[in-house]
Design a protein. Sequence first.
Length: 174
Amino acid sequence: MNIVTKFVIATDQGIETLLTLTRQLAIEKYSAVVDPQTLDRYITENYHRKALIDELNSMSNQWLVVYADNTPAGYARITTRGKKPQLLDGKRSIRIADFGILNAFPATAVRDSLLEKCLTVCRSHQGVQIWLNEHVESPWIQMFENNGFTRIQDACTLDELPLQSVCLIAEINF
């Protein structure tokens, strides 16, 4: 399997790829923990063409898509935005947001490619702390912990969903 992770820019192809991935991954990630109406509203409000164009053009964000044999398999957004944990108040930080791989692509090499690219991008921002926020039932928490992230005790909430979440901060020397 040929696996590659690339940056996404605001072209028609990039936008269409993200529209498909963001919607599919939101359904896969949250359908078991959020009622259908809340999930539908979340997808409608956050993952439409204009919102994605605005997010792609924001200087605060970098979007990555991982491809398996030229098929989009997952994505992540790296951003300086978001309500960061109190532990990071007054510190420079960067967030890995919206990390996900479609269930149809279970190979660890796909996941590892996207994570490694995220960490490489984050390393380029010298002197920053890396953090992320996942809902408590996320299957990704263990993977992040296995790759140098530690749960912190700060109370965290997801941006637009009524779910308990876990904040993790990288314990990696950059």
